[in-house]
Design a protein around this ligand. Structure first.
Ligand SMILES: Nc1ncnc2c1ncn2[C@@H]1O[C@H](COP(=O)(O)OP(=O)(O)O)[C@@H](O)[C@H]1O
Ligand SMILES: [Mg+2]
Length: 314
């Protein structure tokens, strides 16, 4: 096996439930240390794909591989290499945080000192140390999410599959989650994380797949998807005086749209990259405009998402 194989790979994955094509010809891969966003509206097929990766369901056709091992041929090896965090917290028993994690550590065959070390590592990473002796029923949503993540990583797998981990979290818990995911990726874990809310993922993912009605609509780095969708960049600038002359000046350059003037501030869209913006700024100054502020941003992933998906649910 080649060392550089992707840690997660879907190969023409299909999963039908009767006539519902929950997953239809989905292929993508996640490299080591990558955070990959799986984005789509409810019912798009995210959970179904993730369950198959986690060996909790079987594909109708196609395959899913974890660290090079097929869920069809080597489910045991897949399970050992992967931690799955489902989109619900599934426990009836009201046991203590430490007992809960201890149970899962034992289920993964961790014994003695190895288990103690795993528990310490996970509780410290998820900041659950102080809650070790608390019953899990009394935990907040954010704490339960951390416990779920702790459970998914108790056997220190190289791959983590997180299904809608940010759902229902308050902003603070969401920031903590984002930090934890960033840290896991920096430690070399490969992470597949799903959401139906784009903004939750945009900042933490290097690559994304957009899925709708079981089909992939776009795959690539956030930048690639933005570029492929003819994304425009938005520039806003402020001058000390003479803003009223700017629409004409900008129009003469071409490839600039939607110029809006408000007082001495001007906003517009353009088709170029940041080099074009640097040129515009230089030319503005050379033309005698006294520029005091100049900023730009790429069209957000949210804009792209709205453009790509039609918001259909089957
Ligand atoms: N066990 C099942 N039986 C029948 N249909 C299912 C089953 N699981 C999922 N589906 C259907 O498959 C589609 C994809 O569901 P799911 O993977 O849960 O989407 P997502 O996680 O993106 O919201 C939906 O139309 C859903 O109703
Ligand atoms: Mg789901």
């Amino acid at each position: 096996m080649i060392a550089s194989h992707p840690l997660i790979e879907l190969r023409q994955l299909h999963r039908y439930f009767g006539r519902t094509k929950a997953v239809c010809d989905v292929s993508f891969s996640v490299r080591r240390g990558g955070v990959f966003g799986f984005i789509g509206p409810n019912g798009a097929g995210k959970t179904t794909s993730m369950r198959i990766l986690a060996t909790l369901d079987l594909p109708t056709s196609g395959d899913a591989l974890v660290d090079g091992f097929s869920v069809l041929e080597d489910p045991d090896r897949v399970r050992r290499r992967l931690g799955f965090m489902p989109d619900y917290f599934d426990t009836q028993a009201n046991i203590l945080v430490a007992e809960y994690l201890d149970f899962f550590a034992r289920s993964y065959g961790l014994l003695g000192r190895e288990r103690q070390q795993a528990l310490r590592r996970v509780m410290s990473f998820t900041k659950l140390d102080a809650l070790a002796e608390k019953p899990i029923d009394g935990l907040s949503k954010g704490m339960k999410q951390r416990l779920c993540l702790g459970r998914a990583m108790i056997h220190d797998p190289p791959v983590l599959i997180l299904d809608e981990p940010a759902a229902g979290l308050d902003p603070r818990a969401r920031i903590q989650l984002r930090e934890m995911i960033g840290q896991l990726a920096a430690d070399g874990k490969s992470i597949l994380v799903s959401s139906h809310i784009l903004t939750e993922l945009a900042e933490m993912c290097d690559s994304v797949a957009i899925i709708e009605q079981g089909r992939l609509l776009a795959v690539g780095t956030v930048e690639e998807i933005q570029r492929a969708r003819h994304s425009q960049r938005n520039v806003h600038l402020t001058v000390l005086s003479g803003a009223e002359a700017l629409p004409e000046w900008l129009a003469a350059r071409g490839a600039i749209h939607d110029v809006k003037v408000e007082g001495q501030s001007v906003e517009f869209l353009h088709d170029g990259d940041q080099h074009v913006e640097a040129d515009i700024l230089r030319d503005l100054v050379q033309a005698g405009f006294r520029v005091v502020a100049f900023g730009s941003r790429a069209k957000s992933l949210e804009d792209v998402f709205m453009q790509v998906t039609e918001g259909l649910v089957q």
